[in-house]
Design a protein around this ligand. Structure first.
Ligand code: COS
Length: 384
């Protein structure tokens, strides 16, 4: 749903200009230093990028899902590490509070996420619990007005920068599955919370992940999301439904960027006396990429519109995430192929995208988990 096309156009133009003038020229530097310069972070804050999808009553822009994916398409025209910094506030690191938080939790944390004063991070995955998220072992034992957390979370995006973590932990050890899980807001600096060394990753330099470790970490009971035990797994799944539409959207944005770069190169690079874009085998790669991109873009917008209508979009979110992230991988591969030998050299930038987008098929649920969700929903609907 688009609330006001003119206002949205102004926002999209502003983002497009920022992406092209400020982010793209700094991509190589960020990859080299593994750090986004402070002045760029300050500009992101000023533009309101940390609060795109946080409700207006808490200071955010309150974008609808459709508006948000249109913004994400534009943001995807720069290295995806930039988006990673503010995406957790709008997505998995903030939405648990937006969707299921109490009024007091929203009032306390959301305004600080909006400004970027704090970074929100989402701590679900563990060393022995990845795709099987409901098997998580981190425990939260009630003691008076607190819960005492013990366990380790793994691959946690933005953990080194985070001010708060949404942590899924088991409050009822007698229940081994999803309904024994609760979600907590844990503040950085809480005694008993520590961080592992930053992970060495294949790509996404400038965006950081690490382990988050809880050792007798005492969290106020008031920080139990929704102040209800046993709903934490569902909170996490609802957060991921939205997150998956956004990963689909960033896959589209980055694929558009890679295809633009590949097209430009194909029109400039000459072999056998003419631009390689004039050869039909190169044209096939351009055309297949364009058509698949178009399909993914349409899927993402449709899933976003359905979510805005308040419909259950578990299936659509998984379809869009699966198709768009796989499409993005194919476009990356073809883009490197069109660049030829230059595609393998870091100075041309396309190999960095090739490595960066590999993550899209893994995080917020692997392609195989999306297949499982889609098929299960189909069978459930069939059986009534
Ligand atoms: N919205 C709301 N509730 C949901 C839901 C959703 N999208 N998906 C599941 N639930 C509910 C179910 O309805 C069920 O509740 P009831 O028992 O009351 O019916 C409960 O949650 C458990 O669901 P389910 O039985 O489907 O859980 P499973 O353990 O079988 O696993 C999968 C579900 C595999 C889909 C889940 O573990 C998953 O998404 N794994 C991937 C995790 C992931 O994406 N990790 C990335 C980390 S973040 S970067």
């Amino acid at each position: 749903m688009i609330r006001d096309q003119e206002t949205l156009n102004v926002l999209l133009d502003t983002i497009t200009r920022f992406v092209r003038e400020r982010l793209v020229p700094n991509e190589a530097l960020v990859a080299e230093k593994d750090r986004i310069p402070d002045e760029l972070v300050a500009e992101m804050k000023e533009l309101g990028l940390f609060g795109l999808s946080i409700p207006e009553e808490h200071g955010g822009m309150g974008l609808t899902m459709e508006e948000e994916v249109l913004a994400t398409f534009e943001i995807g025209h720069a290295s995806p590490c930039f988006r990673s910094l503010f995406a957790t506030n709008n997505g998995i690191g903030g939405q648990g509070i937006v969707i299921d938080g109490t009024a007091a939790q929203k009032a306390h944390y959301l305004p600080r996420l909006v400004t970027g004063e704090i970074i929100g991070s989402f701590a679900l995955t563990e060393p022995d619990s990845g795709s099987d998220a409901a098997s998580l072992r981190t425990t939260a034992v009630r003691e008076g007005d607190s819960y005492v957390l013990n366990g380790t979370k793994r691959y946690i995006t933005n953990a080194p920068e985070a001010g708060i973590f949404t942590v899924m932990a088991r409050t009822d050890p007698s229940r081994k599955g999803a309904d024994g899980i609760s979600a907590f807001i844990v503040e950085r600096g809480t005694p008993g919370l520590s961080l592992g060394a930053p992970d060495e990753k294949m790509g996404h330099k400038g965006s950081h992940t690490c382990d988050v470790i809880f050792e007798d970490c005492r969290v106020p009971a008031a920080n139990l999301i929704g102040e209800r035990e046993g709903i934490g797994f569902k909170t996490a799944m609802k957060v991921l439904d939205k997150g998956r539409i956004n990963i689909a959207a960033i896959s589209v944005g980055v694929a558009e960027r890679m295809l633009e770069d590949a097209l430009r190169y194909a029109c400039e690079r000459k072999q056998f006396g003419k631009p390689i874009a004039e050869f039909q085998l190169v044209q096939a790669m351009l055309a297949d990429s364009k058509a698949e991109l178009y399909a993914a873009r349409c899927m993402v917008i449709d899933a976003a519109r359905k979510r805005d209508e308040g419909r259950d979009v578990g299936t659509e979110a998984s379809c869009a995430k699966m198709f768009a992230s796989e499409m993005c991988g194919r476009v990356a591969d073809r883009a490197v192929q069109i660049f030829g030998g230059a595609g393998y050299l870091s100075e041309y930038g396309i190999e960095r995208f090739y490595r960066d987008v590999r993550l899209f098929r893994l995080f917020e649920g692997t392609t195989q988990i999306q297949q499982l969700v889609i098929a299960r929903n189909m069978i459930r609907a069939h059986n009534g």
